[in-house]
Structure formats: C-alpha cells, structure tokens
Write a protein that binds this ligand. Structure first.
Ligand code: SF4
Length: 491
C-alpha cells in the first residue's frame, strides 16, 4: 500500500471526509477571475449549487443529464460514465467513497431514465472552467429572444425551448454529441485484425508490456513467440500508471518485425491535442488498430503522482477519433484531406456486479465509434453469459466484435493478489480452491484458461479471446500450444 492509500484509510481522514465531503472534490479554478455581473453570477451559482450538489464550478454544467448528481465529483473527471474499476462501495481513486457514476446509474434507473445517460458529453471547455453556467444560459436565452413574454407561451413550447437551450450550451458546435450509433463510413478493412473479425474467424489477440528501457532487444525476443500464433498484439500504455516505453514505439517495433499491433491510448496520458497528433502519426506509420482506454488511476503508480482530473474520457476519445476518420474533422474544426484509417476499440467489464450498467457504458462507447471490445479478465463462463445477455438486450452484439480477456493463473497467491489489486476482477472460489489443492498450479492455470476458451468459444457474440498477463515466455508458449488444436477444431 502506498502513502496515498495509507492516508485515505486512516480513521481521522474518514471522519474528515464525512464532515467535510467537499474537501475531496476536484478543484476547478478559473484561468481568469470573472468580475462584474459574471462575478456576481459566479458567487450566486457557487453558493446554491455548491450547497445542493457539491458543485465545483467546472463551468460546463451537465447536471440535467446526470440525474442532478454532479459527475465532476468523479476524481478522474469522467463525464460519460464510469471508468469500470469502481462500484457502489468504492471509487478506484478514493476507495473511501462510492463511484459517483454508479450512484448516477442507480438514480437514473430508479427514475426509469437510463437512456438519458446515452448522450455523448463534450470534454470541458477549459476557458469556461470556474465561470457561471447560469450566466451562459441566460446570455444564450437572450440571444435567442427566449426571454420575451410571447416566447414564454404556451408552456409546452417554453419547456421545449428550455431543453434546447440547455442542450446547446452543453453541446457546443465543436462537439455536437448525441445518442445515436455512428457506424464506420469507410468501405474497406483497414487492418488484418479487422479483416479477420469481419470474416468471422475466431480471433486471438495478446497483450505485451513494453520494457522500461531505451533499447528494444529484450522486447523483440519476447514478442517473437507470438509470431503467427495471434492475430494482433496490444502494446500496453504505461500499465499501472508507471512509465514504460511508449505504446506507439512498441507498435512500430512490432511492425518492423512484421507483426500486427494494437496501439493503446489512455485518457490518463493523452490530452486532446496529443491524442489527435499521435493517431495521425500512427496511421502514417501503418498502425491502424487503436484501443481507447480510461487508464489506471495515477495513484496505482509510483510517486510523485500526476494530476487529476483527466482532460478526456474513453468515450470522448472514441468520438474525436471517429469523427477525425469518417469526417476528416479535427476537434478545433479544421478539415483534413487525408484522415487516418483506424479500427477503433474499447474496453468492457463483464465482472461488473450489474452487467446492465456495463452494457449501457458500452453502448455509449459503441455509439461514439468503438468497433471492437476487449474485456477485462474473466474466469467463469457464467459471468460471460450474463454480460453477453445484457449486451444483447441493448442490441450491441451485431454492432461490435467482442474479445474476452483470458489469463492463465500461476498460483493461489497470484490469484488473490490480482483480485485485491484490480477491483473489477472476480475470481470464483471454486478456482481458488482448485489452485490451493493443486500440486502444479501453473499447469492447472493454463488448463483452466484453455477450458474456459473452449466453453466460451461457441457463445453467440464472442468473436475471440484477448490473452493478458503473459509474463513468462514458457507460459505463453504452453498456452498457445494448447490453443492451437482448439482453434483448428473451431475452423
Ligand atoms: S474514478 Fe472511476 S471509480 Fe472513481 S468515481 Fe470516477 S468513474 Fe467512478
């Protein structure tokens, strides 16, 4: 446990948190302090909304769409749904309080308005941070002549007018988010991975962690074992918020070896400018598969910690990249002639205790542009079935290809530590008992992973598997050796 965790767990801190919940809000400070009318509006809004909603004056208010629970209470500043690592009991950044997005989902469900959460919300306009949204609404209403007596009648029109007004303020022209599905508009496949998925092959992807090193020899040897045995290789981006060789550099090394790669981009490490420039560069290098992730909390890494909240979330990254690809549109409104050719992916959390919530989160990501989903590690068939059912209810299985995350466990201790360190992983007690009783847990771990692949292979909606946490070359070899006959019998 690091210093940050220790301070969070102390009894004194818990008491402080109960007494002064606002101490734990993200800080949104204005670039310039507004004066005059703007200053007065700010003071009034801060006093009222601060008291009612713990508002931190992000200046880009979307309270009407989030059941009047402020999403900016999320320490990562996620405006489109949870990161996938929290629950109603804890937030992955601040374990002492619940994930605010789970509270929003629960309230929306009680209000029978879960669909209202599907609108893709814009990233913060940082020039409005620390300014009054009420004033922005007032000025917009005045511009549209909504404040005249005639405009207020009849009530029906007035309500409609107000709802359009709120929408226009929270959805600026440079964003224009909606609730619709936006399938890719390009006709041809942009990568071997996309071709294999589209042709219905049972696809195998694998994740590698690039070295913390300025040379590539070890990495090159490590990935060589995957040659010809997987369709594509994810190159992790600073896993556990700890610096490694960049994902883009790793992808380029794989490309030079003739291996197909999947570039990982995380909202933690990419702000809006670097996201667009990196993806333009990746496409120019022939790296076309991109997985958009939120990223582990900075506190999971090593001190000194980077700041919160993030500039973007995973849904916003997908929205930006899809528009860049399909409309040639940069976020600043510039049009480009040769947009990047990219195949976009997102992450799913089948272990979510409420799979309907994860299905909602994924629908938003798929609407925004995700074409394939790679999931968190799963260890039980019933978990996958339950989750696929929830996706099917939302009609998502035909809109995106699903690859289930699989990893061979090495020992009982590793299984327990995995479960403790990564909140959205659930390992059933039957598996823990089997590991405890085994004389060769490593061999058993590989056998259990292969058993699970056989079980889920035939489930409708499963397009393949994503192999993760393969640290030892020997384990990888044995797993892939065992996988070969399974894949042959499937084809
Ligand atoms: S950081 Fe993650 S777990 Fe914490 S409130 Fe935000 S979405 Fe929920």
């Amino acid at each position: 446990m690091n210093a940050f965790d220790t301070s969070l767990q102390s009894g004194k801190t818990k008491v402080l948190r109960m007494k002064h919940p606002r101490r734990f809000r993200s800080a949104f400070l204005p670039i310039s302090r507004p004066g005059g009318t703007a200053g007065l509006a700010l003071v009034a809004e801060k006093a009222i909304k601060g008291w009612l909603f713990q508002c931190s004056m992000c200046g880009n208010c979307i309270l009407q769409t989030t059941t009047y629970i402020c999403p900016m209470l999320c320490p990562k500043g996620l405006r489109n749904g949870p990161c996938g690592s929290g629950s109603e009991d804890h937030c992955c950044v601040n374990p002492g309080r619940p994930c605010v997005w789970h509270l929003i989902y629960r309230r929306a469900e009680a209000m029978e308005n879960l669909e209202g959460l599907l609108e893709v919300q814009a990233p913060l306009d940082w020039s409005r941070v620390g300014h009054s949204t009420w004033l922005a609404l007032f000025l917009e209403a005045r511009k549209r002549k909504l404040l005249t007596i005639t405009a207020l009648k009849p009530l029906r029109d007035w309500k409609k007018g107000i709802s359009i007004l709120f929408r226009d303020v929270r959805q600026p022209a440079w964003w224009d988010g909606d609730q619709e599905h936006h399938p890719a508009t390009y006709p041809e496949q942009v990568s071997r991975l996309q071709t294999a998925l589209t042709e219905g092959e049972f696809v195998v992807t694998s994740e590698v962690v690039p070295p913390t090193s300025g040379v590539s020899e070890d990495f090159t040897q490590k990935v060589e074992v995957l040659r010809g045995r997987v369709h594509a290789v994810n190159v992790a981006e600073n896993p556990m918020a700890t610096a490694h060789m960049s994902s883009l550099a790793g992808c380029q090394i794989l490309k030079s070896l003739g291996l197909e790669s999947i570039l990982q981009v995380t909202a933690r490490d990419y702000q809006r400018l670097i996201l667009q420039s990196e993806v333009l560069g990746a496409s120019a290098l022939g790296i076309n598969n991109i997985l958009c992730l939120t990223g582990d909390a900075p506190m999971t890494g090593r001190a000194p910690f980077m700041g919160l909240p993030f500039d973007l979330d995973a849904t916003q990254m997908l929205w930006i990249l899809r528009r860049l690809r399909d409309q040639g549109l940069l976020l600043d409104g510039r049009q480009i002639d040769d947009p990047p050719m990219i195949f976009l992916g997102a992450a799913g959390s089948p272990n979510d205790p409420n799979p309907a919530y994860d299905a909602l989160r994924l629908e938003k990501k798929i609407n925004a542009g995700a074409q394939f989903i790679q999931t968190q590690l799963v260890f039980e068939r019933t978990i996958v079935e339950r989750w696929l059912e929830a996706l099917d209810k939302r009609d998502l299985l035909l809109k995106a290809h699903v690859l289930i995350g699989i990893s061979p466990l090495r020992s009982l201790q590793q299984a327990i530590s995995l479960q403790e360190r990564i909140p959205d992983i659930t390992i059933p007690s039957t598996i823990l008992s089997r590991l405890a009783e085994s004389s060769c847990p490593e061999r058993l771990g590989i056998d259990m992973a292969l058993e699970l692949i056989v079980e889920i292979r035939e489930l409708p909606g499963v397009s393949g598997v994503h192999l993760m946490a393969l640290r030892e070359t020997d384990t990888t070899n044995r797993l892939l050796d065992g996988l070969e006959p399974i894949l042959e019998s499937a084809s």
